[in-house]
Design a protein around this ligand. Structure first.
Ligand SMILES: *Cc1c(COP(=O)(O)O)cnc(C)c1O
Length: 436
């Protein structure tokens, strides 16, 4: 069964972000079922999903409460178009998110995945300026090493060479500004001082280019795909002030960092700011179904409100606001409330940091860092193919580890137990010793 499935997958399925030829030597892993933090293959081997299946799963695989909500919803309504129609899950979810999000974000626009949320925010921002008689404001800025998705518009604000270079001719050129990642601070400079220095560079850019700038898009606190780069929240405070001062929208891409990942429900809360647009996806459905949400202010909403169709926001996806996905999101938010998850995660993170002390102190481990329920570090290794070796050794040790280059990170589901944390850390240390 297993062998057969792997071969059929390799001939029929084109896997994402993958050089398919590599699978001549590196076997695929066929997963039969999941339970909690564990994924099980067809031979009964298990793997601890330490990356929450690309950062989406919050409360474990096959979560009974999310399953029950979806089964209930399946018996009522699986889908209806959201233009001209509405339904209970999308209304409840929009109201609930507006209640929970930073102040002023009272309108929810729906997309299908993270990249579509980025597209929506970019279009909405530029269209806002056009509706306000400023059609020249069509450029965007992002941080160095930013990641906001891989569709063409999203790639125009994504600063990852590997993802961009082959498609450069198709992509609008937008500028980047210095990234406050504290690993780049000068010797003796604090993360806070470095963040302020980067904010000064942002100010200079805004001063020179604001007439052509629609928005600044940023991953608050942690730049995920850059290798879990972390920075001081003061950067967000300054970015908020400067964007307001220069008339440029601030887009907070909380696709990865939202939903409690950084310790607060939304990362922006740690700087006590409200962006003009807040993007959610990934964990919003607990990792069950694709859904994304662009939250924005009444001020922006009103700029589109008119008799003229062309002044309205012109964007749709077939599955916009899918009821099953919204229902999974509501069940996910219920778990946050019922289990006081943010509070429990604080204790879990403290425990994790204590257990991870030997990892932090290992001589080949550098820049050990954490924010909320994200941990990362670099490994000094002689192996150019470290990431692949680490992945393979991980599987042999019942772990799903997926390093980015020589950066190892953990972004586990929040239901991970102390025993599972211990196992994850101890076995990772064993693997690091084998590879350094
Ligand atoms: C994953 C991610 C996206 C893109 O989401 P997809 O669902 O993969 O399209 C955008 N921004 C950030 C910060 C992400 O981590």
């Amino acid at each position: 069964m297993n062998e057969n499935l792997l071969n059929r997958s390799l001939s029929a399925v084109w896997h994402p972000c993958t050089q398919m030829k590599r699978h001549e030597t590196l076997p695929l892993v066929a997963i039969a079922r999941g339970q909690g933090v564990w994924l099980y293959d067809f031979d009964g081997n298990r793997y601890l999903d330490s990356v929450s299946s690309w950062w989406v799963n919050l409360f474990g695989h096959c979560n009974p409460r999310i399953n029950a909500a979806l089964i209930d919803q399946l018996g009522k309504l699986e889908h209806v178009m959201l233009a001209g129609f509405t339904h209970e899950p999308v209304v409840l979810l929009s109201e609930k998110l507006s209640e929970l999000a930073p102040a002023g974000l009272g309108h929810c626009f729906y997309g299908s995945d993270g990249a579509s949320a980025t597209e929506i925010a970019l279009k909405m921002s530029a269209h806002y300026w056009r509706n306000n008689g400023k059609p020249l404001k069509t450029q965007f800025i992002s941080l160095q090493n930013s990641y906001h998705g891989e569709t063409l518009g999203a790639l125009s604000v994504t600063d990852v060479a590997l993802f961009r270079d082959a498609y450069g001719a198709l992509i609008k050129q937008n500028a980047t500004v210095p990234c406050p990642d504290w690993r780049e601070a000068a010797a003796g400079e604090s993360p806070e001082d470095f963040a302020l220095r980067c904010a000064a560079a942002l100010e200079q850019h805004l001063q020179q280019h604001h007439q052509h700038l629609a928005a600044f898009i940023v991953e608050p606190l942690v730049q995920g795909a850059a290798g879990m780069a972390m920075y001081h929240p003061i950067y967000l405070n300054r970015a908020r002030e400067l964007c307001s001062q220069y008339g440029v929208h601030l887009i907070a891409d909380e696709i990865a960092v939202g939903m409690g990942r950084t310790g607060t429900l939304f990362a922006c809360e740690q700087a006590n700011i409200s962006p003009d647009f807040l993007l959610l996806s990934k964990g919003i459905t607990g990792g069950y179904l694709p859904l994304s949400i662009v939250m924005t202010t009444d001020h922006i909403y009103q700029a589109f409100y008119a008799d003229d169709t062309a002044r309205g926001f012109l964007h749709s996806h077939s599955y916009t606001g899918n009821p099953l996905a919204c229902r999974a999101a509501l069940a996910t938010l219920d778990i946050f409330a019922q289990d006081d998850v943010l509070h429990a995660n604080r204790d879990k993170a403290t425990f994790f940091n204590r257990i991870a002390q030997p990892l932090r102190e290992h001589p080949k481990v550098r820049n050990f860092r954490s924010t909320g329920m994200v941990w990362a570090f670099e490994v000094d290794t002689p192996h150019a193919d470290f990431a692949q070796r680490c992945f393979s050794l991980g599987l042999q040790h019942e772990l799903l580890l997926r390093p980015m280059g020589n950066t190892v990170y953990f972004m586990p589901p929040y239901i991970i137990t102390e025993e599972e944390i211990q196992m994850l850390v101890t076995r990772t240390l064993t693997i690091i010793k084998m590879l350094s």
